[in-house]
Design a protein around this ligand. Structure first.
Ligand code: NAD
Length: 466
C-alpha cells in the first residue's frame, strides 16, 4: 500500500506512484469499495490501527511536536476514534437513498438521491495535527466507498513514518495507499487525475492544488488557514476570557488553524487582560514554561526563525523568550502592534498573541471585515447582543461566543472555511457527504406510454398557451 515519492523507489520500468494509482483505480472500477461490508471492514481496520498503535502514535507526536500525551489524546487520537465509531454506527443510514419530491408529471415515478463514491480520492495533510488531519478525512472517504491515496506531511517525520509503515497493515492494500513526498513530489502527484482532492494546508498551497485540479476538473475541498480574530468586549470578566483565550491560543504551541490569532479590545480592556493573561500562562505552564511538560515546541527551524522574527513586532508585554537549540518560544503577548507589521499580516501559527486596540464594537467589526474571511472568529462578552452582532455582521468558517475551538469535538458541526480560508466542509456526516457524489435519480415504468405521450410534439394549440 505504501509508495514513496516518484523517483525515490524505482521499480522495473515503472513509476511506483503511477503503478499504485493504476492499481487503486482498477480496484475501484471493479467495485471493490462499494459494498457496505467492505467499508465496515476497513473502518474497523482503522479503529484497530488507532488502538494497537496508541503509544507509538503518541511517541511520534511527542518527537515531532513535543506534544503532551493529553493533547495527543484529546486532539488527535480521540477525535479520530470518535469519527470512526460514528461512521460505523451510522453507515447504513448515511448510505441510504434520500427520497426526493415529485411534481404532477412525475407523480408515478420514483425519485431519489443516491450517494455514490467519487472514485480515486487524494488526501493531502499538514504537519500540525498530523494524525487527526489525515485520518479524519480518511474515515469519510472510506465510509463513502472511495479508494484513497494519502499524502501525509513530510515535515512531521515521525508520524509520517508510523503512517507509512503501519497503517497499510490494517487496510486493503489494493484500495488504499500512502504516498510520501514534499512540495516537489506532491506537485508530481497532482499531475495525475483524481476524482476528488481533499487538501488541508496553507492558502498559498491551496491555490497550487486548486490550479492542478482544474486541469482535470477535479472537485476539491480546501481546508486552509488565516488570521482568526478574537473580539473581547469591555463587559467581560478578564480572567475568564484570559483563561479561555490562553488555553486555545497556546494549545499545540499555537500551531492550530482555528486558534485565536489576535485580540481586538479597548485600551481599558487591554490593561485588565494583561495581568489576567499572565496569571493564566503561569497557571498553565508554571514560572518556567520551557520546562513545562504541557507546552510543545515549534515544528522545525524554519518556522522557529519565522516566529522569532515576529517577536520583534510591537512591544513584548508577556514572555518573548526563545531558545533556538530547543525550538522553544515562550507563550507571548504583544501590545502596541501596527496593522502593517508582519505579525498582523501573516497567520502567526505559534504561541504569540498580539493585542490590537479598538475604540468600539463597530471599529472591531470594520477591522475584521476589511480583511480576508477567517477560518474561525471568536467574540467574548457578557452581553449576548454584542456576541450576536459580531456573528451577524461578519463572516467566517466557524464562530464561537465566549469559547474557543471546542466545537471541533462535535461531529454535528462541520469544519470548513469560507473565502480565503477555504471551501467545503467535513466531520461526521459532512465528511461522508463531502466524499460522495449526490446523484439525482428518477426511475419510471417502460409502460404507461399513452400517458407520457401528451408531452411529445407536435404541440397542440392548448399546450402552446401553457
Ligand atoms: P502547507 O500548505 O505548507 O502544506 C500542506 C501539505 O501540502 C503538505 O502535505 C505538503 O507536503 C504539501 N505541499 C507543500 N507545498 C506544496 C507545493 N508547492 N505543492 C504541492 N504540495 C505542497 O501547510 P502546512 O505548513 O503543513 O500547515 C500549516 C497550514 O495549514 C496553516 O496555514 C494552517 O492554518 C493550515 N491548516 C488548516 C487546517 C484546517 O482545518 N482548515 C488545519 C490545519 C492546518
Amino acid at each position: 500500500m505504501s509508495a514513496k515519492g516518484p523517483g525515490s523507489e524505482p521499480t522495473l520500468g515503472m513509476d511506483p506512484v503511477e503503478d499504485t494509482l493504476r492499481r487503486l483505480r482498477e480496484a475501484f472500477n471493479a467495485g471493490r469499495t462499494r459494498p457496505a461490508e467492505f467499508r465496515v471492514e476497513q473502518l474497523k481496520g482503522l479503529s484497530r490501527f488507532l488502538q494497537d498503535n496508541r503509544q507509538l502514535l503518541k511517541d511520534a507526536l511527542a518527537q515531532d511536536l513535543h506534544k503532551s500525551a493529553f493533547e495527543s489524546e484529546i486532539s488527535e487520537l480521540l477525535l479520530c476514534q470518535n469519527e470512526v465509531d460514528l461512521a460505523l454506527k451510522s453507515l447504513q443510514a448515511w448510505m441510504k437513498d434520500e427520497p426526493a419530491g415529485n411534481n404532477l408529471i412525475t407523480q408515478l415515478d420514483s425519485t431519489f438521491i443516491r450517494k455514490e463514491p467519487y472514485g480515486l480520492v487524494l488526501i493531502i495533510a499538514p504537519w500540525n495535527y498530523p494524525v487527526n488531519l489525515i485520518l479524519v478525512p480518511l474515515v469519510g472517504a472510506i465510509a463513502a466507498g472511495n479508494c484513497v491515496v494519502l499524502k501525509p506531511s513530510e515535515i512531521s517525520k515521525s508520524t509520517e513514518k508510523v503512517l507509512v509503515t503501519l497503517l497499510p497493515q490494517y487496510l486493503d492494500k489494493s484500495c488504499f495507499a500512502v504516498v510520501l513526498g514534499g512540495p516537489q513530489e506532491t506537485g508530481q502527484l497532482l499531475k495525475h487525475k483524481f476524482d476528488y482532492i481533499f487538501f488541508t494546508g496553507s492558502p498559498h498551497v491551496g491555490k497550487i492544488v486548486m490550479t492542478a485540479a482544474t486541469k482535470h476538473l477535479t472537485p476539491v475541498t480546501l481546508e486552509l488557514g488565516g488570521k482568526n480574530p478574537c473580539y473581547v468586549d469591555d463587559n467581560c470578566d478578564p480572567q475568564t476570557v484570559a483563561n479561555r483565550v490562553a488555553f486555545f491560543r497556546y494549545f499545540n504551541t499555537g500551531q492550530t488553524c482555528v486558534a485565536p490569532d489576535y485580540i481586538l479590545c479597548s485600551p481599558e480592556m487591554q490593561e485588565r487582560l494583561l495581568p489576567a493573561l499572565q496569571s493564566a500562562i503561569t497557571r498553565f505552564y508554571g514560572d518556567d514554561p520551557q520546562s513545562s511538560p504541557n507546552l510543545g515546541r515549534i515544528i522545525n527551524q524554519k518556522h522557529f526563525k519565522r516566529l522569532q522574527g515576529l517577536l520583534g513586532c510591537g512591544r513584548v508585554a508577556i514572555g518573548g523568550q526563545s531558545d533556538e537549540s530547543d525550538r522553544y518560544i515562550a507563550p507571548t503577548v504583544l501590545v502596541d502592534v501596527q496593522e502593517t507589521e508582519p505579525v498582523m499580516q501573516e497567520e502567526i501559527f505559534g504561541p504569540i498573541l498580539p493585542l490590537v486596540t479598538v475604540r468600539s464594537l463597530d471599529e472591531a467589526i470594520d477591522f475584521i471585515n476589511r480583511r480576508e474571511k477567517p477560518l474561525a472568529l471568536y467574540a467574548f462578552s457578557n452581553c449576548s447582543q454584542v456576541v450576536n452582532q459580531v456573528l451577524e455582521r461578519t463572516s467566517s468558517g466557524t464562530f464561537a461566543g465566549n469559547e474557543g475551538f471546542i466545537y471541533l469535538t462535535l461531529p454535528s458541526l462541520p469544519l470548513g472555511g469560507v473565502g480565503n480560508s477555504g471551501m467545503g466542509r467535513y466531520h461526521g456526516k459532512f465528511s461522508f457527504d463531502t466524499f460522495s457524489h449526490h446523484r439525482s435519480c428518477l426511475l419510471t415504468y417502460s409502460g404507461l406510454e399513452k400517458l407520457k405521450e401528451i408531452r411529445y410534439p407536435p404541440y397542440t394549440p392548448w399546450r402552446q398557451q401553457l
